[in-house]
Design a protein. Sequence first.
Length: 216
Amino acid sequence: MTRMYAGGNYRWMRRTALAAGILGLLGGCNIFMPLFLMGQHKERIPAEFDKLPGSSATIAVWADQETLFDYPYVRMELSLHIADQLSAHVKDLKITDGRIVEDYMQRHLANAVDPVTLGRKFKTDYVIYLELLDFQIRDPNSPDFLEPIIRATVHVYDMKADPDEPKMVELSDVEVKQQGQLFNETSAQIARKSLYEEFAATVAQKFYEHKVEMMK
């Protein structure tokens, strides 16, 4: 009886050790990690334009008259949101007050589409100039339905490069779309605020290194 017990115990210990060894070999596979975490990692994204720290900048947004008719303050609102995001992530950056820029653009309509003149007027190192290609909060084909969208080009004018012909750098376009929903006054305000914040954050990320979650 004793030998049978000892043999059984030995076989049990050998199987346990083998199983432990297999688990050890599989440790690199994170077999006990939840499935939703497997394959996730953060990827470092470099800035598209990395010269803003320690400088000054003016943010200007162009929008067509149709957009301004429905949203007369969209230029200023977007520029202020972008300024907040840049101030939070770019060190020692001085940004021209968006309200002053908007007031000047309204009083000098021709200069609203002239980033170089804006840069000289406000004596900044760079002008971040955005042109709204598409902007909507409500679906034009279904007024009772919200479908927030902003699509814009982004250019940076280096006012220090050459007083006569400032260097222009074209960055990648920005497009932000949010999930559609039924329209009411509350949902429209929330959707618009959310759209502005996401758009501003996306634009600002072009100017500083950041990390994003990626799936393998």
